[in-house]
Design a protein around this ligand. Structure first.
Ligand code: NAD
Ligand code: LMR
Length: 334
């Protein structure tokens, strides 16, 4: 149900609250299909596409799609391009940055993507300080803290409106579990908590109630945690997940807009400034959230976890503390 929600609503004819949405990195592998899916969302009236180059072409192409929104493209070749793409916007989605090649971890992308994300966050703080900001660029566990630090420096930080997008892990888990059970993925819901990289991705399979052998469960956990590697390897150096990520990003952006519009019971997972493990030094954590008019309305508790999941959580928190500190430190140094 959740996977289809955005798509179904995207074609809905009911009156909707309307939003200006900006995609930063719109010319890329994720940016293009994500922009297309946002063009199909009737909540979006004004779609601004920004990239270092090529965004005008994507915008011209999408502007022929017969939905009511206006689409404009901006590049950094125009010194005012980023400012124009951001001024007055209400939702910013960031798929800008370099993707992995085989043999790389997401953390290896930090060197290239940290600076790009910091620069974009600075522009958002200056030109769209009230926007909801959805970070896709990897490593999410560190790029989200980078954005938060930049916003703090500018006095514009609103923890309720900053999200690391982890929806791809959620849709993968539905799909992989459904393959195992022979069910429809729309009927499979797995709570994914932690972060967005390897062992920090924790599927709380014990909560699904589905009985698996130890071997099946361990294989499923591994597949959910390392699903990104499957795609990176299959693409043989040409990048990482783009199409499934576009679906995931469009669904999450759609849910954020549903929440902002005042729709009730909009629940999604994302990596946010979270109270859950702050007392253990983990400032950001992904778990289910209720999304509302001001962004995050409620951070849900994890619920009951098995001994195995408890141990995974311990290791996850250890890694997250380091990933988060790396992002915070980067902004202090630059
Ligand atoms: P891509 O190389 O195909 O596209 C990235 C785009 O970003 C390019 O068009 C590039 O010109 C643009 N860009 C780079 N720096 C920019 C800047 N400073 N301002 C504006 N645009 C800029 O890569 P992709 O496959 O679309 O992946 C993008 C990012 O998303 C990667 O970091 C990847 O690891 C990440 N990703 C995250 C998830 C997730 O679940 N959160 C899933 C898949 C990929
Ligand atoms: C994913 O989960 O597919 C993304 O984070 C991209 C990657 O590098 O695996």
């Amino acid at each position: 149900m959740l996977l289809l929600r955005t798509v179904k609503r995207g074609f809905s004819t009911r009156p909707a609250s309307l939003y200006k949405v900006t995609v930063l990195g719109a010319g890329g592998g994720i940016g293009q299909p994500l922009s297309m899916l946002l063009k199909l969302n009737t909540r979006v009236t004004d779609l601004r596409l920004f990239d270092l180059r090529g965004a005008q072409g994507v915008a011209a192409d999408l502007s022929h799609v017969p939905t009511a929104s206006v689409v404009r493209g901006y590049t950094s070749e125009d010194p005012e391009g980023l400012k124009s793409a951001l001024t007055g916007t209400e939702v910013v989605v960031i798929p800008a940055g370099v993707p992995r090649k085989p043999g790389m971890s997401r953390d290896d992308l930090f060197v290239k993507n940290a600076g790009a994300v910091q620069g974009l966050a600075t522009a958002i703080a200056e030109h769209a300080p009230n926007a909801a900001v959805l970070v896709i660029s990897n490593p999410v566990n560190s790029t989200v803290p980078i954005v938060a630090e930049v916003f703090k420096k500018h006095g514009t930080y609103n923890p309720r409106k900053l999200f690391g997008v982890t929806t791809l892990d959620v849709i993968r888990a539905s799909r992989f579990l459904s393959e195992l059970r022979g069910t429809n993925p729309r009927d499979e819901h797995v709570s994914i908590v932690g972060g967005h990289s390897g062992i920090t991705i924790i599927p709380l399979l014990s909560q699904t109630g589905y009985q698996m052998s130890d071997e099946q469960r361990k294989a499923l956990i591994h597949r959910i945690q390392f699903g990104g590697d499957e795609v990176v390897q299959a693409k043989q150096g040409a990048g990482s997940a783009t199409l499934s990520m576009a679906i995931a990003g469009a669904r999450f952006a759609g849910s954020v807009m549903d929440g902002l519009s005042g729709e009730a019971d909009v629940v999604e997972a994302a990596f946010v400034d979270s109270p859950l493990f702050k007392d253990e030094g983990v400032e950001f954590f992904s778990s289910l959230l209720t999304l509302g008019k001001d962004g995050v309305e409620k951070v849900h508790e994890l619920g009951p976890v098995s001994a195995e999941e408890e141990e995974m959580l311990r290791e996850c928190k250890e890694t997250l503390r380091k990933n988060i500190a790396k992002g915070v430190e980067f902004v202090k140094q630059h």
